[in-house]
Every structure is written in C-alpha cells, then in structure tokens.
Design a protein around this ligand. Structure first.
Ligand SMILES: O=C(CO)[C@H](O)[C@H](O)COP(=O)(O)O
Length: 239
C-alpha cells in the first residue's frame, strides 16, 4: 500500500470509529452512569459527550473511566466522572475492541487497559462495543494476539506457561523500550496463537493460572455491536 493510500485508509477508519461512537452515545439517557472505554474509538465517545454537554444536553450523565488515559481526556473536556465504588452497577458501558468475531466475542487490550475494561464491562447492565469494519474477523486470533496481563513477579514463568499452551509470546514494551506497565502495575504478554479453535477453553486455561491476572478474551459480554464502514453504520446483537 502506498503511503497516501495508507493515510486515506487511516482517515476512513477514524471517521468510521467516530460514526460508531456517535451512534452508541444515542443510547445514553439523562442521569445514566456510563463506563467509558479506552482507545481511539472510545475517545470519540468522550468527545461526543463533551459536545452534547456544550449544547446543554446530558449534563447529569457521569462516566467511569477504564484507564488513566480516558480519565485524563474526560477531565480535560469537562465530562464529569465518578467511580465504581460510588456506583457499583452501571447502566451502560461503551468501549472499543481490537477484533470481533461473528458471535460478538472480542479480543481487547490493545491499549493495555483490559483489566479495568473487563471490570467495568462486567459491572454494566449493557456493553456496547463500537468498531470500524476493519475489526471484524471470521475467527478470533486471526488478526490480533491475545494480551495477557501478568504480575511482574515471576512473569517469565508465565511466559513459559503460555508458550507451553502454543503461543508465540512477546512482552509488550513502552515507548522507551522498557516493559509496558498497566494502570494496575502489571506487565502485558501478547500471545499469538493464530486463529483460535476454542476461545472459551483457552480462557478457562488462562483463568486457572496464578500470576495471570486477566486476559483480553471478552466472551459472552457484548450486548450490542455498532460497526461503521463504507456501507454505513450497522447494529448487531448476539445470537
Ligand atoms: O481494548 C482496548 C484498549 O485496551 C481498545 O478498545 C482497543 O485496543 C481498540 O482500540 P482503538 O479504538 O484505538 O482501535
């Protein structure tokens, strides 16, 4: 792909992310407490909420951010925030994803926020996932490695365990080349298994291992998928 074609595709993808995010914001009702996801698509949700506030709409809506990054963005735009401690059950969570299969199972964690994202998603009555069409995949693992969040103590043992499960394991690094550290103080191991035969069985193996804090497989959690692409915006439900 030439640089100018690549740039055009990136601009289209960002427009589609914004369109999906703006459609999702239509589900937010006055007074709701809403989980705010992490990443470039979820950032469009925060921007849209801020724009609506400037029009005097949804002024009593509060967000629970899934990362420090989202928290900083919301604060900079004047979107009011609260916590899961104050609101242990949320009306709605809107978040992005890295890969979505036809059953609306997800790989998430490209931004390294998977642990908080899963905690906020499971505390929400509805999880709306917003993506551009480039995230759709026939089978999870085709396009993206599964991020696994691990405790730094003993992380190399966890990497060996994951290799034993057949993964090609890469420790995620930050911009300076040192290990990427999550908001919760953990490392991320990106695990490439290729197209996954049985995501549920893999998730069970990952959950059973001490030191593996969380993984980026979000299975059976999506209430609604909003996907935007060259043919417009489409809403899908599981099953
Ligand atoms: O899971 C995530 C962050 O941990 C993001 O939702 C995912 O990486 C998608 O990001 P983007 O909207 O920038 O494509």
């Amino acid at each position: 792909m030439s640089p100018s074609v690549e740039k055009g595709a990136a601009i289209d993808a960002d427009r589609h992310k914004r369109e999906a995010a703006e459609r999702a914001v239509e589900s937010i009702q006055p007074g709701m407490v809403v989980g705010l996801g992490t990443g470039s698509t979820a950032a469009h949700v925060v921007h849209r909420l801020a724009a609506l506030r400037s029009e005097g709409k949804l002024l009593d809506v509060k967000g629970v951010p899934t990362s420090r990054r989202t928290e900083a963005l919301a604060e900079s735009l004047g979107v009011p925030l609260t916590t899961l401690e104050a609101h242990p059950v949320l009306d709605l969570c809107i978040d992005g994803a890295d890969e979505v299969d036809p059953a609306l199972r997800l790989i998430k964690g490209g931004g390294g926020a998977l642990l908080r994202e899963k905690i906020v998603a499971q505390a929400s009555r509805r999880l709306i996932i917003v993506v551009d069409e480039g995230k759709l995949s026939p089978r999870l693992g085709t396009r993206w490695a599964v991020p696994v969040e691990v405790v730094p103590f003993g992380w190399r043992s966890q990497a060996l365990y994951l290799e034993g499960l057949g993964a090609r394991v890469t420790q995620r690094l930050g911009p300076e080349g040192s290990p990427f550290v999550t908001d919760q103080g953990h490392f991320i191991l990106d695990c490439a298994w290729g197209a996954l035969e049985d995501p549920e069985a893999l998730a069970a193996r990952l959950q059973a291992r001490a030191g593996l804090v969380e993984h980026g497989l979000f299975l059976g959690m999506t209430s609604e998928l909003i996907v935007a692409g060259s043919r417009g915006v489409e809403v899908r439900h599981p099953g």
